[in-house]
Design a protein around this ligand. Structure first.
Ligand SMILES: Cc1cc2nc3c(=O)[nH]c(=O)nc-3n(C[C@H](O)[C@H](O)[C@H](O)COP(=O)(O)O)c2cc1C
Length: 416
């Protein structure tokens, strides 16, 4: 079957000499699997397909033999091919990965060729890349989210596709190829600018809550991950003082020591002004997502729903934290985040800059479900008051945070 491998290396040599086990599970995106395998081969890889029983029912295995030139593994047999494969592969890719298989990996279940291979390689240092494909409700299932977090903690890399028509579509073969190449390339540590060490950062993260009564509130879906990533980047770069003001529900790693917890927008505002008054900070990054409206007359106790068929609530705009911070401390470089739907990000960012007085707007398109709110990834455009905007392509929030700090230092946005 060597003639089937003639395409090997035709588009690049990044994966030359690499043996990849590509696990395929029973998602409707299984039709993409041969294209993904061929893309890996075109960049030099030798690919062996491993199929779940359900996947084998959807697409017959000879298709994969013809795609890769290697006989797929379709059963757990006495020949323990999965064990041999586990000890000889350079990387395991699961594409597409169903909710069912993902849950099995996170629980240590090994009852088919794919879950048995994953169970064998987890913890051995063999890189694992997972490209998930499922319905939106499944993807948002907290148990599944927990499984993904669990797998990430032990080193699995996830390639998110797009959320379209309520389905988490599989990433493109090009995106999966890129993730595989990145997982096999030794990580280059980010080089932080030495000037960072003399810059103090105050950062907000997460949502705020505005009470309706004593048990209900208005809030939003911000996870606080971007603010936390920025605080982490500051610490990695040995920045001066680093303080994080966090709204409710933000998960904060233990290495961030200086934390102020707040609940309402007013509390966030007061905490920001108090910290800025200390004179310790050169940059205020407003990565939090305070609720824009608060209830004019919150009720004490609990509104009884059986007594009220309809409930009208009067809302008032909450204070604008960025404007208040800049008005009181014009010497501080203020960075704001602007979530916008669709096009005209830059024009709208410039407009918001005029209103709020911020010096740099980090603009992202929240109409895309694969980035921004709650996601681990982001894709943003940095719009400074003067000079050209800079587009940062889709990357983890940690990488985006590093690049935002680089931009602040390189464009000399800090007043010393
Ligand atoms: C045509 C078809 C398409 C499916 N697509 C998906 C999908 O995209 N994602 C998913 O999580 N499950 C999907 N399922 C359900 C899974 O196939 C089912 O959960 C199965 O048990 C998964 O088995 P496996 O993970 O062992 O391959 C689909 C089922 C069928 C019949």
């Amino acid at each position: 079957m060597d003639y089937l491998k003639e395409i090997t290396g035709s588009d690049g040599s990044e994966l030359a000499g690499k043996k990849i086990a590509m696990c395929v599970t029973a998602s409707v995106s299984i039709t993409e699997a041969p294209r993904i395998a061929r893309a890996l081969m075109r960049h030099g890889a030798d690919v062996t397909i491993v199929l779940t029983r359900e996947a084998r029912d959807l697409v017959s295995s000879p298709v994969f033999e013809w795609s890769t030139g290697n006989r797929p593994i379709t059963e757990i047999t006495g020949r323990v091919e999965h064990v041999e494969l586990a000890s000889s592969v350079d990387l395991v890719l699961v594409a597409p990965c169903t909710a069912n298989s993902l849950s099995k990996f996170a629980s240590g279940i090994a009852d088919d060729p794919v879950s048995t291979l994953i169970c064998t390689i987890l913890g051995t240092g063999v890189p694992l890349v997972i490209a998930q494909a499922m319905h939106e409700p499944m993807l948002k299932n907290p148990i599944l989210q927990e499984s993904m977090e669990k797998l990430k903690k032990i080193g699995a890399a996830f390639v998110s596709g797009r959320l379209e028509e309520s389905k988490s579509k599989l990433a493109t073969p090009e995106e999966i190829l890129e993730a595989v190449i990145a997982s096999l390339s030794p990580e280059k540590p980010h080089e932080y600018n030495l000037e960072l060490q003399s810059i103090g950062f105050l950062i907000t993260a997460g949502p705020t809550r505005e009470p309706i009564d004593q048990v209900r509130f208005i809030s939003n879906g911000s996870s606080g991950k971007m603010g936390v990533a920025l605080a982490q980047a500051c610490l990695r770069g040995s920045a001066g003082d680093v303080c994080l003001i966090a709204g409710p529900g933000v998960s904060i790693p233990p290495n961030i020591k200086d934390i102020k917890n707040v609940v309402t927008t007013e509390e966030m505002l007061q905490a920001v002004l108090k910290e800025l008054d200390s004179g310790k900070y050169d940059v205020f990054i407003s990565a939090g997502a305070p609720a824009d409206y608060g209830v004019a007359h919150p009720k004490s106790g609990k509104i009884n729903t059986s007594e009220k068929e309809q409930l009208s609530i009067e809302l008032n705009a909450t204070p604008k934290i960025i404007k208040a911070a800049k008005d009181k401390h014009p010497e501080v470089c203020v960075v704001s985040f602007k979530a916008e739907y669709g096009s005209e990000l830059i024009r709208r960012s410039k407009e918001s800059m005029q209103q709020s007085g911020s010096d740099l707007v980090v603009a992202n398109d929240v109409s895309r479900g694969d980035i921004g709110f709650g996601s681990d990834q982001n894709e943003v455009t940095l719009v400074p008051r003067e000079g050209d905007p800079k587009f940062l392509k889709k990357a983890t929030k940690d990488e985006i945070a590093d690049q935002i700090l680089d931009f602040i230092v390189e464009r000399k946005l800090v007043n010393f």
